[in-house]
Design a protein around this ligand. Structure first.
Ligand code: ATP
Ligand code: MG
Length: 253
């Protein structure tokens, strides 16, 4: 995945992670090696239990591997950092805070003034069509709106890397497609690196530059598919469907 002269943001070397399940040691990740370039959109794709979430949490510094290492810009990842923003599958908003307060929550600990934080939060909310929701509480929002707020909350911190764990899987198909479109737009505009977990082939083909196919046994990488399909992508095009079929075959093979 690494081309000469291109900035590398994440490098994973010989990473292993085991868990004890009922006294038995199971490999969630085994001898995993991966290089991710700056500003790439990378999807981690694979069946349930193949280690996608574990890998994302380790990249985010939320958990430690047993051995091996994860480097971010050449530095060892040992803990969470503002350079890495998370969006989880479950809408992780604070129910007692308004949309605006949810978004500026993480920012209020930073250096800029409250007015500046509010201005920035409002700009981001507007850019994802949430201009009129600033004073609403999470229970007053639809699932798609909540997930938009969660994305905005991680973006306002301007992280270099956005780590997303099946963020759209709880949404209906229409909302999911809308947010996929929006995420690509945000990614193109803000030039972040995105590492996006999904088990949906269609989603991976639509979003990514590279698809990391993971196999079920001992959380390993089966193959990396470089997705050169031009953007904007049309899910009904012949080319799209051909790649989708190819990826499905690779996953099943
Ligand atoms: N905290 C934990 N304790 C024990 N075992 C765990 C823990 N977290 C993950 N595992 C095990 O590690 C393996 C990988 O789990 P992980 O959650 O990373 O898979 P996943 O690919 O994200 O699956 P899904 O698509 O269902 O979310 C599984 O065998 C799981 O049982
Ligand atoms: Mg998972």
């Amino acid at each position: 995945m690494f081309k000469k002269g291109i900035e590398l943001v994440i490098e994973i070397k010989n990473l292993n992670k085991t868990f004890k399940n009922h006294g038995k040691e199971v490999f969630a990740l085994k001898d995993l090696n991966l290089k991710i370039e700056s500003k790439d959109f990378v999807c981690l794709l694979g069946p349930s239990g193949c280690g996608k979430t574990t890998l994302l949490r380790l990249i985010g510094g939320l958990e430690k591997g047993d051995n091996g290492e994860i480097l971010e810009d050449g530095k060892l990842v040992t803990e969470p950092s503002n350079e890495r923003g998370f969006v989880f599958q479950q809408y992780s908003l604070f129910p007692w805070l308004t949309v605006l307060d949810n978004v500026i929550f993480g920012l209020s600990l930073g250096k800029s003034s409250k007015e500046e934080n509010i201005r920035r939060a409002k700009t981001y909310l507007k850019s994802v069509g949430l201009k009129n929701t600033e004073n609403l509480y999470p229970h007053e929002l639809s699932g798609g709106m909540k997930q938009r707020v969660a994305i905005v909350r991680s973006l306002v911190n301007k992280p270099k890397t956005l780590l997303m764990d099946e963020p759209f899987s709880a949404l209906d198909i229409q909302n999911r497609h809308n947010l996929q479109d929006e995420l690509v737009r945000i990614w193109q505009k803000t030039e972040r690196t995105i590492i996006f977990v999904t088990h949906d082939v269609d989603e991976a083909v639509f979003l990514s530059d590279h698809i990391v196919l993971m196999g079920k046994n001992h959380g390993h990488i089966k193959e990396i598919y470089n997705n050169k399909l031009p953007r904007p992508r049309n899910k009904n095009s012949k080319e799209f469907l051909a790649i989708q079929n190819h990826i499905t075959e690779l996953l099943e093979g």
